[in-house]
Design a protein around this ligand. Structure first.
Ligand SMILES: [Ca+2]
Ligand SMILES: [Ca+2]
Ligand SMILES: [Ca+2]
Length: 320
């Protein structure tokens, strides 16, 4: 009798504690569903919009993403800082509970490639599962201040650098897309070549995410070269003779469309064969330049004719 009584009491307590334990576990998992950025700070919120934590990076935040990178049901946060302040061009990975898993200074190593300063600022952050193992990698686009180089760094989720590309000019936009349909997503970049003693051209390039380490065309220094999958120099601008860059990239019907700062649109196929569509603005500018050029040729001639005619009239008056 006593045994049965105690067994029932024990069983009741056991059954009551199981759901409680589960409930406690669930409530302990912190998942950030939304972040807001205010200059130097990231504020994190749960699915109900309640604030979870605020982290101050003491540097301007220039790029951020909130995503479940490792497919474990909770979001990670990746934050990049601008070129000012004590920790310029840093990249941070945070867990949903607000702890920083790792950080890295993106400009580190620039002196060995281009002998330029290590002051960089993060411009863009992308994520993609390049090796299709269900865990996303992180691609960071970061640029030097005030000089030309850009670095594209591919990190794994633990902060290990998988690949690092150094580009001799700013990269303004990136698309990740399997353009040649071989199962590997290419890193498609658009920007400008603008290193010293070299004319400034808009460029588009494809990188193989598994083999992109090294310096870019035109390989200025002795640092190891990257063999870009494709590297296409686009035609120079008549409208902006000091140099124009690709400012925006997008994919349309398996074509890469690159918009340049001088408002031209390059439509490029998977071999980076490009045709150009000039905007009305660009054509108007060309017309203006042509008119100015015509005037600059004919105006001196016009004044010579006027001068000659006046001289002739003066002689005729004198003869009379
Ligand atoms: Ca996660
Ligand atoms: Ca992966
Ligand atoms: Ca591909």
């Amino acid at each position: 009798m006593d045994f049965k009584f105690y067994a029932i009491i024990f069983l009741t307590i056991f059954l009551l504690t199981i759901p409680n334990a589960n409930a406690n576990n669930t409530s302990n998992i912190i998942n950030v569903e939304k972040i807001t950025i205010d200059k130097n700070s990231v504020s994190a919120f749960n699915d109900k919009g309640n604030p979870l934590w605020i982290k101050n990076f003491k540097n301007g935040i220039s790029a951020s993403i909130l995503e479940d990178l490792n497919n474990d049901g909770t979001n990670e946060i990746v934050v990049g800082t601008d070129f000012k302040g004590d920790k310029p061009g840093y990249i941070y990975l945070l867990y949903s509970n607000g702890t920083v898993l790792w950080e890295y200074m993106t400009g580190k190593g620039c002196k060995e490639v281009y002998s330029e300063s290590t002051i960089f600022g993060v411009v863009q952050i992308f994520t993609n599962d390049f090796d299709h193992d269900n865990i996303k990698e992180i691609l960071v686009n970061s640029r030097n201040y005030p000089k030309y180089p850009t670095t594209l760094i591919l990190f794994d989720i633990n902060g290990t650098i998988l690949q690092q590309y150094w580009h001799a000019g700013y990269v303004n936009d990136i698309e990740i897309y399997d353009i040649d349909d071989d199962g590997i997503e290419e890193i498609i970049g658009g920007g400008i070549i603008s290193a010293q003693n070299y004319e400034r051209y808009p460029v588009i390039f494809f990188l193989n995410p598994f083999n992109m380490s090294g310096q870019s065309f035109p390989y200025y220094t002795k640092f190891p070269k990257c063999s870009e999958k494709k590297y296409q120099i686009l035609t120079k601008s008549i409208v902006q003779p000091t140099g124009t860059s690709v400012k925006d990239l997008f994919i349309q019907d398996n074509y890469i469309v690159a918009e340049t700062e001088d408002n031209r649109f390059f439509y490029c196929d998977s071999s980076l064969e490009c045709s150009v569509l000039q905007s009305d603005w660009f054509n108007d500018k060309i017309n203006e330049i042509t008119k100015t050029e015509i005037l600059s040729i004919f105006m001196p001639l016009f004044w010579v004719v006027i001068g000659f005619s006046l001289n002739r009239i003066y002689e005729l008056i004198k003869q009379k």
